[in-house]
Write a protein of this length. Structure first.
Length: 225
């Protein structure tokens, strides 16, 4: 449907594997959003929409788009070390690295890297792949002691890019893979539903005097969350 032609059998098989690897698992951010929304007893369309909104964020499913942007910014293998050093010095996030659960290389990333190499062998190499491999090695040298390794987003964008999928469709493809899981959570939530209602702990000041609004100095007040 994207290319208006029958896909190459290898590309079709790899795409199917990608959808399996990206399937919903554990209570990640988008699944949690789906469960919170489901607990209000709204319709399943709203449940999926809420999960998609969360998935689209660059710290979640949108990360593979950011990886491609990062590789474009680095531009050459020769620039990798300087880029990583700069990120480490500034404590900036390196897209496609780190995971809340995995403190080793994400096993899905290992599979996706192999799939990328299969595509490159048949359809030609992507220069960004060499940058990605060099980046992985540079990050490992500097950050492996903190358990920071490639996650599922690091190589997936290169796979989709080689299959001709536009960057702005990476997240929709990710969502396609996760809809069944989100809806499974929705259905399970309905079985014994209680609305998600987290409590808050107030850490502000107490016993503040009331100041009429016309006498307030707007610059003296700020709102924090």
């Amino acid at each position: 449907m994207l290319t208006e032609r029958e896909p190459d059998p290898l590309a079709a098989r790899i795409f199917d594997v990608c959808l399996t690897l990206h399937a919903e698992h554990t209570i990640n951010a988008s699944t949690f959003s789906a469960m919170v929304t489901a607990s209000t007893l709204t319709d399943p369309y709203a449940v999926v929409a809420s999960a998609v909104g969360t998935l689209a964020g660059p710290l979640h499913g949108g990360a593979n788009e950011e990886v491609i942007i990062m590789l474009e910014e680095i531009g050459s293998v020769d620039n990798v070390d300087a880029y990583v050093d700069h990120c480490v010095e500034k404590k900036a996030k390196i897209m496609g690295f780190g995971h809340r659960v995995y403190k080793v290389k994400d096993p899905r990333a290992t599979i996706l890297q192999d799939l990328a190499e299969q595509l490159f062998e048949k359809f030609g190499r992507d220069d960004y792949y060499d940058i990605a491999v060099a980046l992985e090695k540079a990050v490992e040298v500097r950050l492996a002691h903190k358990g920071i390794y490639p996650n599922v987003d690091f190589y997936s964008g290169l796979v989709y890019r080689k299959m001709g999928i536009p960057t702005d469709l990476f997240t929709p493809v990710f969502a396609i893979a996760r809809v069944a899981g989100w809806l499974a959570h929705w259905k399970e939530q309905l079985g014994e539903n209680r609305i998600f209602r987290p409590t808050q702990i107030y850490t502000g000041t107490h016993n503040e005097p009331y100041v009429p609004i016309e006498k307030r100095d707007v610059n003296a007040y700020s709102i924090s969350y």
